[in-house]
Design a protein around this ligand. Structure first.
Ligand code: FES
Length: 65
């Protein structure tokens, strides 16, 4: 499923960028192009949500460990 139609970036590609260490939408854009540059910007909230979800789950895992 595409997260960013403008860059043809899929959810898996965005998730891979986040898992590799992207903490911001800008870093995701640098990694896979999603939300980058002159695109429409409609995907940016979705990307931010994916980043927040990933890092909130990481915090839960660290607390549980
Ligand atoms: S859908 Fe991502 S910039 Fe347009």
């Amino acid at each position: 499923m595409y997260v960013c139609i403008c860059a043809a970036a899929t959810e898996d590609q965005v998730q891979l960028c986040i898992t590799a260490g992207a903490h911001t939408a800008k870093q995701v854009a640098m990694g896979c192009g999603a939300g980058k540059g002159r695109g429409c910007g409609l995907c940016r909230d979705r990307i931010k949500s994916m980043i927040e979800k990933h890092y909130s789950e990481c915090e839960v895992e660290q607390i549980s460990a």
